[in-house]
Design a protein around this ligand. Sequence first.
Ligand code: 6PG
Length: 243
Amino acid sequence: MKQEISVFTTADELADAAAELWIKLALDAAHQNKEFHVALSGGSTPKRLFQLMARDSYANRMPWEKIHIYFGDERFVPQDHPDSNFKMATENLLALVPIPSENVHPISTDKHNAEDAARDYEALLKKSLPKANSQLQFDLVFLGLGADGHTASLFPGTAALQEKNKLVDAVYVSKMESWRVTLTYPVINNAANCVFLVEGSAKADIISEILVDKNSSYPAAKINPTGQLHWMLDQQAASRLEL
Ligand code: 6PG
């Protein structure tokens, strides 16, 4: 794993850099006539990136016909629910760009329960993703960071953190009294590129604990991809780093 930390003055500059990185990686794949498989992160941080990527000055450079969109995690709610990561990504990006609908792979939350949704998504990944090191490989996984050190829906104290075989797991998040579906370490850590997008002063402490104190107890600290790990931070989130 190669790790890179980049700090940007503002959240807008962070989103621009993330968009340019995504376009570069996608074009590199397209120039080799390869598809590009990317897992989007959820929560609020990526909204700025999605809105930027939907602008013509970015969207017109993206080889959308080669792009396959997945989700790093999903809240187990209907796709029209305000908490749905799919809803947020669709409203701010996917419905606004010419990506073929068959290239968008949401986690199906209309299943009987989160476990069924996880099994269904794992089957989809096995059909869709290419392999590297004899394991399924995403070209790019975007990740967020919670103040408690979770990423995707790999929350502290959950069994999903110990999962060594399943690629997708169902997680009950007791403090939120809600079910989630998440990619697990086996598939995230086989990604060619993992990119954390972290902004805001509320994340400064957890960023410092993970990147300065090297506290490896947090779920996000266990993201160690075979490829490139890129922490992309705004100045507020990086305010406790001495770079
Ligand atoms: C989710 C995310 C989650 C998120 C962090 C940060 O579904 O909520 O995947 O891991 O990235 O909780 O969320 P914010 O960007 O809203 O701070």
